[in-house]
Ligand binder design. Structure first.
Ligand SMILES: *Cc1c(COP(=O)(O)O)cnc(C)c1O
Length: 378
């Protein structure tokens, strides 16, 4: 045995950053799909999941996929995005929103975000439009909602479709009560293990546009158009981003618990707010008349707290067995893209922000432990 003093961390239970909530219903459905979901039942959970998700969201068409990335990719293809085209999106983002643009040889044009929602700044979007702009991608970051009124208005005036990456915003509603993912030309959701609901890995494409839905259903099945009766006949080169029936079984169980899963995210956010609200920092916003699904509680320390050191806070979290995470980097800092420090808010935000642990079974005393550490650093 080592004589080294036991570190404080080893005596404290680990607080994870994110963990799904998987109960007996999920296990039952997944086991049923594995045992019985073949032959004439091979699409039962898949069809049910797509239908129930469409009803919950309030859209006409849904296509279950391997993830949001594939859904975004097929949507861009359906819009006809070509090499050399430009797609505008926020600089603070997960790479999955930008990668599909690059797959198509198009150019992601990264503009600055707003200080409070961390989503697209509509004025910056309008200023970035060129004759090559073929889409505006509104990513609803960490559950916050991009200003859809302004973005849809810009889209209409310039004849450019606005699409929604709603991977992080299940449960969020815009001012008119509409859920995120129902307002743009199409939207994508993610059921990655860290997201509000999960199928292990998985995603959903959603749209009210019949033509886009028709194309995406074909693209998701190796280019075989819906209704095509010729066997092994492809009408175009497509992709294979289909979700499996077993994953969809997990999805059906999570759908039954969805309102509870969302409510729990909101409850955890309220607990963080009650403990941290008096510190010189901002938490996820919920503008008047909107609902935030609060996928990921996040703190952004005020600019005037000059002593704040993000790395020191993260190191302290690790030392106390807490798995907190950095805020997304400005994507233009990554080696594949050109630097764009003129996106001043994006380049300032990431240095002042971290994501806090949040998952269904997170306990109050664990939230206390996280907040105690933050208080030492802010
Ligand atoms: C998780 C996520 C994605 C990617 O989802 P996958 O299901 O992993 O493909 C895309 N965009 C955003 C904003 C995300 O958070």
């Amino acid at each position: 045995m080592s004589n080294a003093p036991q570190s404080e961390a080893s005596t404290l239970s680990k607080i994870y950053y994110s963990k799904p909530s998987i109960g007996p219903l999920e296990a039952e459905y997944a086991a049923d799909a594995a045992a019985n979901g073949w032959a004439e039942h091979c699409f039962d959970y898949l069809n049910r999941f797509e239908k129930e998700f469409a009803e919950w969201l309030g859209v006409k068409h849904t296509v279950a996929t391997t993830g949001a990335t594939g859904a975004l990719h097929m949507g861009l293809v359906a819009l006809g995005i070509q090499p050399g085209d430009e797609v505008i999106l926020g600089d603070i983002n997960w790479i999955a929103s930008a990668a599909p643009i690059v797959y198509l040889g198009a150019k992601p044009v990264f503009v600055d975000v707003l200080e409070d929602t961390w989503c697209l700044d509509p004025e910056k979007v309008e200023a970035a439009i060129t004759p090559k702009t073929k889409a505006i991608m509104a990513v609803h970051l960490y559950g916050s909602i991009a200003d859809m009124d302004a973005l849809l208005d810009i889209g209409r005036r310039h004849g450019i479709p606005v699409v929604e990456d709603a991977a992080e915003s299940m449960g969020s509603r815009w001012k008119n009560g509409q859920r995120t993912g129902t307002m743009g030309a199409y939207s994508a959701f993610s059921f990655h293990g860290s997201k509000t609901m999960t199928t292990g890995e998985g995603g959903m494409f959603a749209t009210n546009d019949d033509k886009i839905a028709h194309t995406v259903k074909a693209l998701n099945a190796h280019g075989r158009l819906p209704g095509q009766t010729k066997q092994f006949w492809a009408d175009m080169i497509g992709y294979k981003y289909k979700m499996s029936n077993i994953q969809a079984a997990l999805g059906c169980a999570q759908m039954q618990r969805l309102e509870d899963l969302i409510e729990r995210r909101r409850e955890i956010m309220a607990k963080y707010r009650a403990r941290l609200g008096n510190l010189p920092l901002a938490l996820n916003t919920e503008p008047e008349g909107t609902v935030n699904g609060f996928w990921m509680p996040t703190i952004v320390v005020n600019r005037d707290v000059k002593t704040f050191d993000r790395q020191a806070l993260l190191d302290d979290m690790v030392a106390h067995n807490i798995d907190a995470r950095v805020f997304f980097w400005p994507l233009t800092m990554l080696p594949m893209f050109e630097d764009k420090p003129q996106n001043e808010i994006s380049y300032s935000l990431y240095q002042r922000a971290i994501n806090l642990p949040s998952y269904y079974d997170l306990k109050d005393d664990e939230i206390d432990r996280v907040c105690d550490i933050i208080r030492r650093h802010v």
